[in-house]
Ligand binder design. Structure first.
Ligand code: ATP
Ligand code: MG
Length: 214
């Protein structure tokens, strides 16, 4: 059965698009049928995508409208994993995507504003899990630390605080690595541009945890 993973947080610039692209490239590289829906009105994924490039056989659809759930259903026919990238603010499209989602990933940098955005997004998911559509089939979620500096106190502190408050986080994180913005120039991610790189290894670890969730 197709798994739908939505990247969401109401905080802009937390790393949604980078994580969506990274997961897509990782699975594509393994030969898994993965599709991407760019539900962000900014179209960050679609504008960088090269239909003739390394991801040429991966379906990517821009759908920033509230009909995103129809697009998800449509894509389920041809893909086993669907990644939905959303805009950095609460809107109807994100809500529709979340309702159609198996797992919501909430990226956050170790900063007060990103934590606030992550908590707001958690509250939204909790609210949606009380609606008739999802009351018996909850949207799973995990927060994911991004752009962290290895060995710094702040990311460990944020992780421990969130865990002590009862929130669920992936154990692995996406460290701050220049390989991400470099690969993003061509709409790619380190899993494709440099599969042996430390960034590609970070992504593999995150994928391992997501695989255990689905
Ligand atoms: N792990 C990382 N290491 C280094 N740079 C990163 C990392 N993750 C993201 N970035 C950079 O940080 C910026 C913001 O990331 P990204 O675009 O993924 O965030 P976003 O949540 O999608 O933003 P928006 O809310 O605008 O859609 C980008 O320039 C991206 O290249
Ligand atoms: Mg984005």
């Amino acid at each position: 059965m197709t798994k739908v993973i939505t990247l969401a947080t109401s905080k802009g610039g937390a790393g949604k698009t980078t994580l969506a692209r990274s997961l897509a490239c990782h699975w594509y590289n393994l030969g898994i049928k993965v599709g991407v829906i760019d539900a962000d009105p900014q179209g960050s994924i679609i504008t960088r995508h090269n239909p003739e490039g390394l991801l040429k056989d991966m379906p990517i659809i821009a759908q920033p409208e509230e009909t995103v759930n129809d697009t998800i259903e449509e894509m389920k026919r041809s893909c086993s994993i669907i990644l939905v990238d959303t805009g950095g603010f609460r809107n109807r499209t994100t809500i529709k995507a979340l309702i159609a989602t198996d797992i919501a990933l909430i990226p956050l940098k170790p900063s007060a504003d990103d934590v606030a955005g992550a908590l707001e997004t958690y509250d939204l998911i909790k609210e949606l899990n009380e609606t008739p559509e999802r009351v018996n089939n909850h949207i799973k979620y995990r927060m994911v630390l991004t752009m962290t500096q290895q060995g710094t106190v702040i990311s460990r502190h944020v992780r421990e605080e969130l865990k002590s408050m009862g929130y669920s986080l992936l154990e692995n994180e996406l460290y701050h690595r220049v390989a991400y913005p470099e690969a993003a120039i061509q709409g790619l991610s380190p899993s494709l541009t440099d599969p042996e790189s430390p960034a590609a290894r970070d992504i593999s670890r995150v994928v391992g945890e997501i695989n255990n969730l689905v």
